[in-house]
Design a protein around this ligand. Structure first.
Ligand code: FES
Length: 324
């Protein structure tokens, strides 16, 4: 386990709200102590026994609750992450998770919130809806699904106070989805912020339409896939490990991770596309050129961490460490 990453031991429990291909799980500390509170929209990294790391949004109705809830959709081409959680994790199975991460949050200055979810993308959006409902803020929740039977948390939502602000849209064709989003935006109140999570096509369509009406800063997206293919860079630079003092050249077209490994350094990795954080290193000196989808905006500004599987350097030399 990467020493820079703080993890928590939890056990798995069954929860309600799933569908044929989506399992809802409760995660709790084995000793019953409360897990850290989180902000709606947060996610955790789940470290699976097969070495994979997967990101799941915390979708419980109360971000202060002592345990967490996640929903896992069985991916049609699972590489072992969703497959294991849907098929093999049983009641009481131990797991390690990371601390809640906040890359997707409601904007506290917004006067109105437009929540748009597609399929399993409902998970971060649902926790936002519960929080907005509880605080009495103005919001609307649009939930696009393949069919009624595929609607995760359908009964719960419709039996809750969210029902009054929620519209579930089963089986809409892409053009109809586009028209519905355009309709929402045409009626958007001043200082509205829009949040979207779901399939790539829905996110792109929604973001493109919303940016034109609300402006870039008022549109927020959650994606657990790399935003683009990992950039291998057009310029070379050097990396120095503070432990060995040795310098490793990183040419264009090759990742820092690959170069460090070739030079004999052992660095853990999992996704190798900048999503999971497993390979994270500490920055001692130099200016990173962040290309990952893992670090939050605040972490990028702080400049203390670096994701070597995809990120580059703006300075000619970057000095890194593996240990805290
Ligand atoms: S291995 Fe996943 S972010 Fe680098």
């Amino acid at each position: 386990m990467n020493a820079l990453i703080e993890t928590i031991e939890v056990v798995v429990g069954e929860a309600e709200g799933g569908t044929d291909d989506t399992r809802v799980l409760k995660l709790a500390r084995p000793d019953g102590e409360p897990l850290p509170a989180y902000r709606p929209g947060a996610h955790v990294d789940v470290y699976l026994p097969n070495g994979l790391v997967r990101q799941y949004s915390l979708c419980g109705p109360n971000a202060q609750a002592p345990d967490y809830r996640i929903a896992v959709k069985r991916a049609s081409e699972s590489r072992g992450g969703s497959e294991w959680l849907c098929g093999q994790a049983g009641n009481g199975t131990p797991l390690r998770i990371g601390m809640p991460r906040h890359a997707f949050s409601v904007n506290e200055a917004a006067r109105h919130h437009i929540l748009v979810a597609g399929g399993i993308g409902v998970t971060p959006i649902l926790s936002m809806a519960y929080a907005l409902q509880a605080s009495g803020e103005s919001y609307q929740f649009e939930y696009f699904v393949r069919s009624d039977a595929d609607t995760v948390f359908r009964d719960e939502i419709m039996a809750s106070p969210l029902a009054g602000q929620t519209r579930i849209h089963p089986a809409l064709a892409p053009q109809a989805v586009r028209e519905r989003i355009a309709e929402l935006l045409a009626a958007a109140k001043a200082q509205s912020h829009l949040y979207v999570c779901g399939p790539e096509a829905l996110m792109q369509t929604t973001a493109e339409l919303a940016r034109g009406v609300l402006g870039d800063a008022n549109v927020h997206m959650e994606a657990f896939a790399p935003s683009a293919l990992p950039a291998t860079g057009e310029r070379g630079f050097a990396v120095m490990l503070d432990t060995s003092g040795k310098t490793v050249e990183v040419p264009p077209g090759k990742s820092v991770l690959a170069c460090l490994r070739e030079a004999g350094h052992e660095i853990e990795s999992s996704c190798e596309v900048g999503v999971c954080g497993t390979c994270m290193m500490r920055v001692i000196k130099g200016e990173p050129d962040h290309r990952d989808s893992y670090l939050t905006d605040d972490e990028r500004v702080a400049g203390a961490h670096f994701i070597p599987c995809v990120s580059r350097s703006k300075s000619p030399v970057l000095v890194l460490a593996c240990e805290p």
